[in-house]
Write a protein that binds this ligand. Structure first.
Ligand SMILES: Cc1ncc(COP(=O)(O)O)c(C=O)c1O
Length: 311
């Protein structure tokens, strides 16, 4: 991983190597934390964070769902992130805020453990690789089902919940595929291990609804909006596993991966076995939005500004 100089931790800027926690940190043992994955891009208006407030809003909501009072407000976290990017001298980066139960209390009852907050930024290229964005990935349906609302909170981006994605990711990686697709408890398509999923058939774009236990992805919403703006019909509905094999096009969306076509599912080529025209069209406009080239989506970008006294 490409280190940066500083990390923001509990209100202070500390050297990257000094951003440490005790081995008895509650979140390390029980997964009691929530986090976000955010990206900042180099745009004509300067470094800009994509859908920044939406991500911070989801972070605070995830924390609430797990009874974690966050000692900083959205605007404080936003300002800290702006300053952190500036002080690290990064023109573009990945941003990882994490809120977790810290050191001081063990046992499952977490409410007496302190709530700590850290924000790290670093340079991180496309999660599934630049080649994947161009040519698509080979995906496999995992034997692990997506966590269900009966036992956890799929709508929260919580640390412990990611053991589910980790199992699916390892399974499909060991089998020689690049990404995992998880089904929900009912056997319908839910999402990728770290991305939402879209299926295109006969010109109609479909994506699983929130009750398929998906994380309500911020890029999912962007892709829906962009596809509709381009004149395509987009529906949120249950998707059967076999529809992945019958689809003309399949693509994934997420902050880390961005918009990635799927060219094969369970060894069935998707369409012609290469990214299809609707995927390409949505991907092109989505990337224009990320890099500040699409005026109509300019308000999705939070341009990094630091008051002159801060740096
Ligand atoms: C499990 C899961 N689903 C979906 C997504 C996509 O969410 P977003 O577009 O908000 O990054 C992510 C990434 O954060 C994820 O981890």
């Amino acid at each position: 991983m490409q280190q940066a100089e500083l990390i923001w931790m509990n209100g202070e800027f500390v050297a990257w190597e000094d951003a440490r926690v005790h081995v008895l940190t509650h979140g390390l043992h029980y997964g009691t934390g929530v986090f976000e994955g955010i990206r900042a891009y180099e745009t004509p208006r300067g470094t800009a964070i994509f859908r920044h407030r939406d991500h911070l809003d989801r972070l605070l909501r995830s924390a609430r769902l797990y009874y974690m009072p966050v000692p900083y407000g959205l605007e404080e976290l936003r300002a800290a992130t702006h300053e952190l990017i500036t002080r690290n001298g990064l023109a573009s980066c990945y941003i990882r805020p994490v809120v977790f139960r810290g050191y001081g209390q063990m046992g499952l009852f977490p409410l007496d453990a302190p709530v700590e907050v850290a924000i790290a930024v670093w340079s991180w290229g496309a999660y599934l690789g630049e080649q994947s964005k161009r040519h698509g990935v080979r995906a496999k349906v995992s034997s692990w089902r997506r966590i269900s609302s009966d036992s956890l909170i799929p709508q929260a981006k919580a640390c412990g919940q990611y053991l589910n994605s980790v199992l699916a990711k390892i399974e499909t990686h060991q089998a020689g595929y690049e990404e995992a697709i998880l089904l929900d408890d009912a056997g319908n398509v839910s999402e990728g291990s770290g991305e939402n999923i879209f299926v295109v058939r006969d010109g109609v774009v479909a994506t699983p609804p929130p009750d398929a236990d998906i994380l309500d992805g911020i890029n999912r919403r962007c892709a829906i909006r962009i596809a509709r703006d381009l004149g395509h019909q987009v529906v949120e509905r249950d998707i059967a596993r076999a529809e992945l094999y019958l689809a003309d096009e399949v693509f994934l969306t997420g902050t880390a991966a961005e918009l990635v076509p799927v060219r094969e599912v369970d060894d069935h080529p998707v369409g012609e076995g290469e990214p299809g025209p609707i995927t390409r069209e949505v991907q092109a406009l989505f990337e224009d939005a990320l890099y500040g080239r699409a005026e109509r989506y300019a308000d999705w970008l939070d341009v990094v500004r630091v008051p002159s006294t801060a740096s």
